[in-house]
Design a protein around this ligand. Structure first.
Ligand code: NAP
Length: 506
C-alpha cells in the first residue's frame, strides 16, 4: 500500500474514533516514570493547563536514577547548577558536583513546590500499551486500565542493570549486588570490599569507600581515562548571594552550559577537534603527574583515546587507588568462589562484599512494556535488531507516543535535563497539532525515520566514540547509539518540528 493510500485508509478508520479535540475534553496524557523527565513533563503539562494526566511510577518514590543509585560516593558529574531544571534553580547546592541524596531531595522538593506529586501513581508499573481506535489503552501491574490521547515515555536510559556472566557468582558467601541495587543491610566499614568495573560508578565508589573499608580490590578489565575536575564546596556566602540574586545563579548556569558545550559536548563528536586534543592532554597529565609507581601507572593507562569511552570525571580516583589498602587487579576474572574472586593467575582475592559496577543494558528503553502500535505492530518487532526513533522522540506507526531521552539521543554529551526540556517543548508542538484539530495522529514518517538513522550512522563515524574502544555507547554493530552532532545542532532541531517529516493522520 502506498503511503498516501495508507494515510487515507487510516483517516477513514480514525473517523470512527473520538479524539479529545472532537469531544471537547481536555486531552488525556499518561506519563511513564517519575524520574527527572517524568517530573518535568508533569510540571510543564500542568503549567499549560493540561491537568488531565497521571504519572505512573513503578517504585514507591520518585527520582529515577537518583532513587536507584545509592552507592557510596554517588554524585552527578554534570555541575549541579547545570544539572537543575532551568525554571527551578537551586541556590542551596552544596558542591559544584553535589552528592546523589541532595539531587534526589531536589527533585522531591521541585515536585512538591510545583504540586505535581499528587499526579503520581506510585507502585504502579505500566505493563502494556496498545494503540486502538485513536487512543492508547494502558494496562498496569496492578490490573488498572487507563486510556490516553498521548503517552509520554520518560523511562530513562541507564535503568536496567547489566549483570556480568561470571561463573560461581551465586556461590559467594558474602554479599554480592549491582551498584544500582546497593544492599545497605551490610555496612562496608572495616570490610574487604571488591568492585568489578572501572566506569564512572566504580570510580565514585572506590574514591569514597577506600577510607572506610579494610581493603578495597578493584577488578579492572579495561583502564579508563580520568579527567581531574575539582569538586569544591559552595560556600555560605555564594549560597546567600544566589538566594538574594537569582540572576547571579542564572549567569552561573549559562556560563557552565557554555563551558560544557564548547569544551566537552562538541569535543566528543569531532575526534579531530582541538577540544578533543585538550581533553586527552589533561587526562594524560593527570595520569602521569599523579600516579607515582610506574608499574601501576602503566596498568592504569588506557590503550585507546581519551573520551572514547565516556570520560570518567574524578578529582581523587588516582589518590584512592594508591591508598595502602587499595589493590588494582588487572588479571582477568576466572570465577567467583565462596571466599572471593579467583583470577586467571590462580590467585584468590578474599572478600566480604562484592559490588558489580558493571553498567546498564542501554538498549531496553521502553521495554519490558509491551507496546502495540497501529495495525497491531509490536515495538519489540520494530526494535528487534536495535531501538531507534526519529530524533530520539517518535517511532513510525506509534502515533501520539513520544519519548524523552529516547534511543540515540544526546546521552553522553550534555546535561540530560536540558535535553529533556528541549525535547518536551518540541513534543508539545506535536501535541498542539492534535489539540488544535489539525491531525488526530502524529508520528514520524518511515522516510524521515530512515533518513535520520542513515545520517546519524554516517555522522557517528567522525565521533571519538569509534576511535577504538568498547563502551556502552556502541550498539551491536559498533555504531554509537548516541547523538553524533553538536549540541547546537540538537537545539536547532528541537526548535520546531519539520512537519513534512511526520505522518499526520486527519
Ligand atoms: P559502565 O561505564 O558501563 O562501566 C561498566 C564497567 O564494568 C566497565 O569498566 C566494564 O569493563 C566493566 N565490566 C562489565 N562487565 C564486566 C565483566 N563481565 N567483567 C569485568 N568487568 C566488566 O557503567 P557505569 O560505571 O555504571 O556507568 C554507566 C554510565 O552511567 C556512565 O558512563 C555515565 O553516563 C553514567 N554515570 C554517571 C555518573 C555521573 O556522575 N553523572 C555516575 C555514574 C554513572 P569494560 O570497560 O572492559 O567493558
Amino acid at each position: 500500500m502506498s503511503k498516501s493510500a495508507s494515510a487515507k485508509s487510516r483517516a477513514g478508520n480514525a473517523s470512527s474514533s473520538m479524539a479529545a479535540s472532537d469531544r471537547g475534553d481536555s486531552p488525556r496524557f499518561v506519563i511513564i516514570g517519575a524520574g527527572m523527565a517524568g517530573i518535568l513533563s508533569a510540571i510543564k503539562l500542568k503549567e499549560a493547563g493540561l491537568t488531565n494526566f497521571t504519572v505512573y511510577e513503578k517504585a514507591d518514590r520518585l527520582g529515577g536514577t537518583w532513587r536507584e543509585n545509592t552507592y557510596p560516593g554517588v554524585a552527578c558529574d554534570v555541575p549541579s547548577h547545570l544539572y537543575s531544571y532551568s525554571f527551578a534553580p537551586n541556590p542551596d547546592w552544596s558542591h559544584v558536583f553535589s552528592p546523589g541524596p541532595e539531587i534526589l531531595a531536589y527533585f522531591e522538593k521541585v515536585a512538591r513546590d510545583y504540586q505535581v506529586d499528587s499526579f503520581i501513581r506510585y507502585g504502579t508499573e505500566v505493563t502494556r500499551l496498545e494503540f486502538h481506535d485513536g487512543r492508547w489503552l494502558v494496562e498496569t501491574s496492578t490490573a488498572e486500565r487507563d486510556e490516553a490521547d498521548f503517552v509520554i515515555a520518560a523511562t530513562g536510559v541507564l535503568h536496567h542493570p547489566s549483570y556480568p556472566d561470571i561463573e560461581g557468582i551465586d556461590t559467594f558467601k558474602g554479599k554480592v549486588f549491582h551498584s544500582a541495587r546497593w544492599d545497605h543491610s551490610e555496612p562496608i566499614d572495616a570490610k574487604r570490599l571488591g568492585v568489578i568495573g572501572t566506569g564512572s560508578t566504580a570510580v565514585q565508589i572506590v574514591s569514597s569507600a577506600v577510607s572506610s573499608v579494610s581493603s578495597l580490590t578493584l577488578f579492572q578489565r579495561t583502564a579508563q581515562w580520568v579527567l581531574p575536575v575539582a569538586n569544591p564546596e559552595i560556600g555560605e556566602e555564594d549560597r546567600a548571594k544566589y538566594h538574594d540574586d537569582p540572576e547571579a545563579m542564572r549567569a552561573v548556569r549559562e556560563e557552565l552550559s557554555q563551558i560544557f558545550e564548547h569544551n566537552f559536548a562538541n569535543a566528543v563528536v569531532d575526534a579531530d577537534s582541538p577540544q578533543a586534543e585538550m581533553l586527552a592532554r589533561m587526562c594524560t597529565e593527570n595520569l602521569e603527574g599523579n600516579v607515582r609507581d610506574p608499574e601501576l601507572r602503566e596498568k592504569l593507562r588506557p590503550p585507546y583515546r581519551a573520551a572514547c569511552k565516556r570520560l570518567v570525571i574524578s578529582p581523587n580516583f588516582y589518590e584512592a587507588i594508591q591508598a595502602p589498602n587499595a589493590h588494582l587487579v588487572t588479571e582477568g576474572i576466572e570465577r567467583v568462589e565462596p571466599e572471593g574472586v579467583r583470577t586467571r593467575d590462580g590467585k584468590l582475592h578474599e572478600l566480604d562484599i562484592l559490588v558489580l559496577a558493571t553498567g546498564f543494558r542501554v538498549d531496553r528503553f521502553l521495554r519490558p512494556i509491551e507496546v502495540i502500535g497501529r495495525g497491531g505492530i509490536s515495538l519489540d518487532v520494530v526494535w528487534e535488531k536495535r531501538p531507534s526513533a526519529y530524533l530520539a522522540i517518535s517511532v513510525p506507526e506509534f502515533p501520539n507516543l513520544f519519548m524523552l531521552n529516547g534511543p540515540n539521543g544526546p546521552v553522553g554529551n550534555f546535561s540530560l535535563i536540558d535535553v529533556a526540556e528541549l525535547q518536551f517543548d518540541y513534543i508539545m508542538q506535536l501535541v498542539d497539532l492534535v489539540c488544535s484539530g489539525k491531525a488526530r495522529e502524529v508520528s514520524a514518517s518511515h522516510e524521515a525515520a530512515e533518513r535520520f538513522e542513515d545520517e546519524r550512522v554516517e555522522a557517528a563515524k567522525k565521533t571519538v566514540w569509534v576511535t577504538g574502544c568498547r563502551s556502552w555507547y556502541l550498539d551491536d554493530r559498533g555504531v554509537p547509539a548516541a547523538w553524533p552532532w553538536s549540541f547546537g545542532h540538537f537545539r536547532d532541531q528541537m526548535r520546531r518540528p519539520r512537519l513534512e517529516d511526520y505522518e499526520l493522520v486527519a
